[in-house]
Design a protein around this ligand. Structure first.
Ligand code: UT7
Length: 327
């Protein structure tokens, strides 16, 4: 009995927001954004499009690749910090859009580490219970809805999108895709990356709106430093735990936080050429970024059956971690 990833999918909205567009919105420049973040373009959803719409497109593409109907799913997890509504969950809304049956559906909130957390949870549920044979795991974000378009410290970074994987359990699979995982959190650092208002701590009011408290607030440089050391250290520890070497790992797929972070992680681990980077085109899409990267690599034939890949992420919470997978 094994569990495998049998489908991947991604979706990004059509509208492209360029650095030149941002130059007209805030006091910034293409040169600053390019050299400090590596980002040239990001995709922005229109006002009517919700996170569950983005998740739906990515999930449909993953189901098409797996050649499976949505009715065959036993479990749907959506990782997101931009749910359509506080409740019901975006996973329930996605279930209906897909036409899936009455399966178990829930959202998981671990910010940019969301997809890794969700894969960890889905795998553990599938391994433990005969009730879950097939799972859809989606990372989906409409970050444009929580971005302060007057704040140059944050608005140049984020973009919208979704990435999905289908996990399948079968006696036919000799191997399991999951080799090792290490997922962590430290709530002491909750304040450095957060959306302050709209929850029970600071319910929505005229004051919270006037003070722009419904947008992402980020301590950029502190986050930057911690992202590098926590992702690099966790990947190194995980690899050591398995007794494998970096020569055996085809790709390191990090959350696309900032190109300088990804370059620094690759340099620390001594594998700069194997770090997958696509932030130039999409910006930082939080829990969606690793799913988008996985699907791009998969569809381009750059991951082959049997390849070992390491996923790593870091985000609000703080949360971070890494998964070592066999494709
Ligand atoms: O997704 C997971 C969590 N998020 C991250 O991992 C993001 C991590 N952080 C970052 O990516 C970077 O810290 C940023 C891209 C957000 C900022 O880059 P930085 O190199 O850390 O810049 P900084 O915040 O230290 O600011 C340096 C200067 C400041 O000016 P002064 O005080 O030196 O005069 C900022 O006001 O750059 C200024 N600045 C800008 N200038 C032009 C900040 N944002 C901009 C901007 N355009 N958009």
């Amino acid at each position: 009995m094994g569990i495998r990833i049998i489908g991947t999918g991604m979706y990004v909205p059509e509208r492209i927001l360029t650095n030149a567009d941002l130059e007209k919105m805030v006091d910034t420049s293409d040169e600053w954004i390019t050299t400090r973040t590596g980002i040239k373009n990001r995709r922005i959803a229109d006002a009517e499009t919700t996170t569950s719409d983005l998740a739906f497109q990515a999930a449909r593409n993953a189901l098409l690749m797996a050649d499976l109907p949505a009715s065959s799913l036993d479990l749907i997890i959506v990782a997101t910090v931009t749910p359509d509504k506080v409740f019901p969950s975006t996973a329930c809304l996605l279930q209906t859009k897909l036409g899936a049956g009455p399966c178990l559906c829930f959202d998981l909130e671990a910010a940019c580490s969301g997809l890794l957390y969700a894969i960890e949870v889905a795998h553990a549920m599938m391994a433990a219970s005969p009730n879950y044979r097939r799972a859809l795991v989606v990372g989906a974000e409409k970050l444009s809805a929580i971005t302060d378009w007057t704040d140059r410290n944050t608005c140049v970074i984020f973009g919208d999108g979704a990435g999905a994987v289908i996990l399948d359990k079968s006696d036919d699979y000799a191997n399991d895709f999951y080799l090792a995982g290490k997922l962590c959190a430290d709530g002491q650092y909750a304040d450095i990356l957060q959306l302050p208002a709209g929850g029970s701590a600071l319910p929505a009011s005229h004051t919270t709106v006037d003070e722009r408290q419904h947008y992402v607030k980020m301590g950029g440089s502190k986050t930057f430093q911690m992202a590098i050391s926590l992702m690099a250290n966790t990947c190194a520890e995980l690899l050591e735990q398995t007794g494998m070497s970096w020569n055996q790992v085809r790709w390191l797929i990090p959350h696309q936080a900032n190109e300088r972070i990804l370059t620094a992680v690759g340099a620390r681990l001594g594998i700069p050429e194997r770090v997958y980077v696509n932030i130039r085109d999409y910006g930082n899409t939080s829990s969606a970024s690793i799913g988008i990267a996985l699907d791009e690599l998969n569809r381009a034939g750059k991951i082959q059956p049997g390849d070992f890949i390491m996923l790593t992420a870091f985000g609000g919470g703080l949360t971070w971690g890494a998964l070592l997978l066999r494709w």
